[in-house]
Design a protein around this ligand. Structure first.
Ligand SMILES: Nc1ncnc2c1ncn2[C@@H]1O[C@H](COP(=O)(O)OP(=O)(O)OP(=O)(O)O)[C@@H](O)[C@H]1O
Ligand SMILES: [Mg+2]
Length: 611
C-alpha cells in the first residue's frame, strides 16, 4: 500500500490500512493481542464457572483438591496473559502510533507544499489543510483502536452467546432477539450525539481563535497598546456562552440517553438473569455457570448498548474526516513545485507583458486590466503607484505563483506558463513585501537564498560579503555567536533584530540567489525615505549585471531606475525615466512633487559635502 496522498476518494480502508502498511508485524501483534484478550475473557466465564462449582463441591465434600490444579493453572495463565498482554500491547501500540503518525504527517506536509499557490491564499482551503493535518495522528490511530475494540466486542459477544446456546438454546434465541433493538437504539442515538457535538465544535473554533488573540505572542504589542483585551473578551464570552449552551445540550442529551439506556440495559439483563434462575431451578445449568454467565450477560448487554453507540460516534467522526481528507488530497497542485531551482545558470534577455488581464481565483474584479510592458537584461526598473494598484500582483504573475492570466507574458520570447517551476525559480529572486523571518541562525536566514550551495564554504564567504555591502556584517558579528546566533523568540539564546536589520537580512538572502532578475517589493518600510533610497542605491550597485525591479511608494528610491512604470488601476498609466516623467507633468510628477521635501534636506547635505 502506498502512503502517498493522491487525488482520489479516501475512505475508512485507507485509515485502517495505514498502520498495517507502516508497521505490519507490530500492527498484526496489536490486533492479535486484542483478539486473544477477547477470547480469554470468554474462557474466563467457563473457568470461573468451573471454579465456583468446584468450590461448592469442596464445601459439600464432593470434590478432591487435585481437581483444582488444572483449573488454577488455567486461571493463572489467564491472569498472566491479561497483565503481560496489556503491556506488550501498549509497547506495540506506541510503535505503530509513532510510525504511522510520522508517515502520514510527512505525506500531509508534502501535499501542503505541492498545493497550488492560489489555494494557499484561499482561507477555506488553508483552514481545511490545517484541520486535516492537525487531526491526522488521532484519526489514524483511533481508527485502528476503534476497529480492535469492535473486534474484541464481537469476539466477547459471540463467545458468550455460544456458551448461552450450549447451556440453553431458547435462552440463546432470546438473547439474540433482545440485542437487535438494543443495537438499533445504540446506533441511532450515537449518530444524534455526534451531530450535536459537531455543531458545538464550530463555536469552539472561533473561541479558540479569540483566546489566541488575547493570550498569543504575536498580538502582545498591539494588545498592550490598544488594550483590546476587554473588547475581545466580550466577544469571546458571548461565543463561549453559545458554545457552552450547545455542548451542554449535547451533554444533557448524552446523559439522558445514558440514563435511559442504563435502565433498559439493567432491565433486560435482570430479565435474562431471571430466565437463568429458571434454568438453574430446573437443574439444567450448574451454580457456577449461573453466577459467571449472569455477570457475562450484564457485561455483554452493556457492551452492546454503550460500546456500539460510542463506536458509531467515533466512526461518524472518521467518515467526516475522510471527506475532509479526500477534498484535501484532491486540492489542485502545481507540478514541480517542490523541485529545486534549475542548476543551469539562466540567461535573461527580455520579459514582455502583452495586454495582461488577471483576477484572483474566485473573484470577479480584474486586478490587472490590460497591462503591457517590456523589460530588458541588465536594466533597473521601478514599479510605483498607489495602494492596490497591482504592483505585488504583477510580481506574483512573473514568479509563476498564478498562471491563469489572460494575454501573454513572454520570458525570453517564450510564454511564461510553459516554463517548468524549476526554471522560473532560477530566473527570479524576490524580497516580498511581507518577507519571512526564519527562527534560525542569521547565517541560515541568508544562506537559504542559495539552497543548492548553502553548505559550501564559498557560500558563507559570499554571504558575509553581501552582509558587509548591506551594512549589517559588523552588527551581526557583534551578536553572541556572530552569524551563528539564532534569531527570533524561540530559544533562550536567540536574539531579535530590529525591523531594518531584518529587512537587510532578507535582501542579503535574495542576493545570495544567483537568479538574474531581482525583485524588491517594498521590504524597506521600516526605513526612513532617505535611508531607503540609499539602501536601494546600494542594492543596485551590488546586483550589478542583474536586472532589478524595485517597488516603492517613495519615489526618491526609484528615481535612479532606467525606466519607471507608473501603475494605476491594473494598467501602466505612464512610463519613462525620472526626468522624462517629470517633464511630462503627469501622475508621477505630481506624486514626486508631494514627496520632494523628504529628499531636499538630503540633497542639500550632499551638495554641502561636495562643495
Ligand atoms: N489573494 C488575493 N485575493 C483577492 N484579491 C487580492 C488578493 N491579493 C490582492 N488582492 C487585491 O488585488 C489588488 C491589488 O493588490 P496588490 O497587492 O497587487 O497591490 P499593490 O499595488 O501591491 O498595493 P500596495 O502598495 O498596498 O502593496 C488589491 O485591491 C487587493 O485587494
Ligand atoms: Mg504590494
Amino acid at each position: 500500500m502506498s502512503f502517498e496522498l493522491k487525488p482520489k476518494t479516501y475512505d475508512w480502508r485507507y485509515l485502517l490500512g495505514l498502520p498495517f502498511a507502516c508497521e505490519p508485524l507490530c500492527t498484526v501483534g496489536v490486533v492479535a493481542q486484542k483478539i486473544i484478550t477477547g477470547v480469554v475473557n470468554v474462557l474466563w466465564v467457563l473457568v470461573e464457572a468451573k471454579f465456583i462449582d468446584f468450590a461448592i463441591g469442596c464445601a459439600l465434600g464432593q470434590a478432591a483438591m487435585k481437581e483444582a490444579y488444572p483449573l488454577l493453572a488455567v486461571m493463572l495463565l489467564i491472569i498472566f496473559w491479561k497483565r503481560i498482554g496489556y503491556s506488550f500491547g501498549r509497547i506495540l501500540t506506541n510503535k505503530v502510533q509513532i510510525s504511522s503518525a510520522y508517515q502520514m504527517n510527512r505525506e500531509a506536509v508534502k501535499k501542503r507544499s505541492r498545493m497550488h499557490y492560489s489555494l494557499i491564499e484561499d482561507q477555506e482551503s488553508w483552514e481545511l489543510a490545517r484541520r486535516v493535518c492537525k487531526d491526522m495522528e488521532d484519526n489514524v490511530w483511533g481508527m485502528l483502536q476503534n476497529t480492535c475494540n469492535f473486534l474484541v466486542g464481537v469476539v466477547r459477544t459471540g463467545g458468550v452467546l455460544i456458551i448461552i446456546f450450549t447451556e440453553s438454546a431458547w435462552l440463546g434465541v432470546m438473547m439474540v432477539l433482545v440485542s437487535v433493538p438494543l443495537i438499533y437504539f445504540s446506533v441511532t442515538s450515537g449518530g444524534r450525539i455526534y451531530k450535536a457535538f459537531k455543531e458545538s465544535s464550530a463555536f469552539a473554533r472561533r473561541s479558540e481563535y479569540l483566546q489566541g488573540i488575547m493570550t498569543g505572542r504575536d498580538t502582545v504589542e498591539e494588545r498592550t497598546l490598544f488594550d483590546f483585551t476587554a473588547h475581545t473578551n466580550q466577544e469571546w464570552n458571548s461565543r463561549r456562552e453559545q458554545y457552552q449552551k450547545i455542548s451542554l445540550l449535547a451533554e444533557t442529551g448524552k446523559e439522558k440517553r445514558n440514563v435511559g439506556s442504563g435502565m433498559l440495559t439493567n432491565l433486560i439483563s435482570t430479565v435474562m438473569v431471571c430466565f437463568l434462575i429458571l434454568e438453574l431451578s430446573r437443574g439444567s445449568i450448574s451454580i457456577g455457570i449461573f453466577i459467571s454467565l449472569s455477570k457475562a450477560i450484564y457485561d455483554m448487554i452493556n457492551l452492546m448498548n454503550n460500546e456500539i453507540g460510542r463506536s458509531v460516534i467515533i466512526m461518524a467522526r472518521y467518515v467526516a474526516y475522510m471527506k475532509d481528507l479526500t477534498v484535501f488530497a484532491n486540492l489542485k497542485e502545481t507540478e514541480g513545485t517542490n523541485d529545486l531551482p534549475s542548476e543551469q545558470p539562466q540567461r535573461f534577455e527580455s520579459l514582455v507583458l502583452k495586454n495582461v488581464f488577471f483576477r484572483y481565483p474566485g473573484t470577479e474584479q480584474y486586478i490587472l486590466n490590460g497591462m503591457s510592458m517590456e523589460l530588458e537584461r541588465g536594466q533597473h526598473y521601478a514599479f510605483v503607484g498607489e495602494n492596490g494598484a497591482g504592483k505585488t500582483t504583477v510580481t506574483k504573475l512573473l514568479t509563476g505563483l498564478y498562471d491563469d492570466y489572460e494575454g501573454s507574458i513572454l520570458l525570453n520570447g517564450r510564454e511564461l506558463r510553459d516554463y517548468a517551476p524549476a526554471e522560473i525559480k532560477a530566473m527570479f529572486s524576490n524580497v516580498w513585501q511581507d518577507f519571512a523571518r526564519y527562527q534560525d541562525t542569521v547565517a541560515n536566514n541568508i544562506l537559504v537564498g542559495d539552497i543548492r550551495h548553502m553548505e559550501e564554504k564559498k557560500a558563507r564567504e559570499r554571504m558575509e560579503g553581501y552582509a558587509g555591502e548591506l551594512d549589517i556584517c559588523e552588527e551581526m558579528n557583534r551578536l553572541p555567536q556572530g552569524f551563528d546566533t539564532p534569531l527570533g523568540k524561540l530559544s533562550d539564546h536567540s536574539v531579535d533584530l530590529s525591523g531594518g536589520q531584518w529587512q537587510r537580512v532578507a535582501m542579503a538572502r535574495s542576493l545570495m540567489n544567483p537568479a538574474p532578475i531581482q525583485i524588491l517589493d517594498e521590504p524597506t518600510a521600516a526605513l526612513d525615505p532617505v535611508s531607503e533610497s540609499r539602501l536601494y542605491e546600494e542594492f543596485e550597485k551590488i546586483s550589478e549585471g542583474r536586472t532589478t525591479i524595485f517597488i516603492s511608494h517613495r519615489l526618491g528610491s526609484t528615481k535612479l531606475a532606467n525606466q519607471i512604470f507608473v501603475l494605476k488601476g491594473g494598467r501602466i498609466e505612464e512610463s519613462g525615466s525620472h526626468e522624462e516623467l517629470m517633464k511630462s507633468q503627469g501622475l508621477y510628477a505630481r506624486m514626486y512633487e508631494s514627496q520632494k521635501s523628504w529628499y531636499e534636506e538630503e540633497s542639500m547635505r550632499k551638495g554641502e559635502a561636495s562643495a
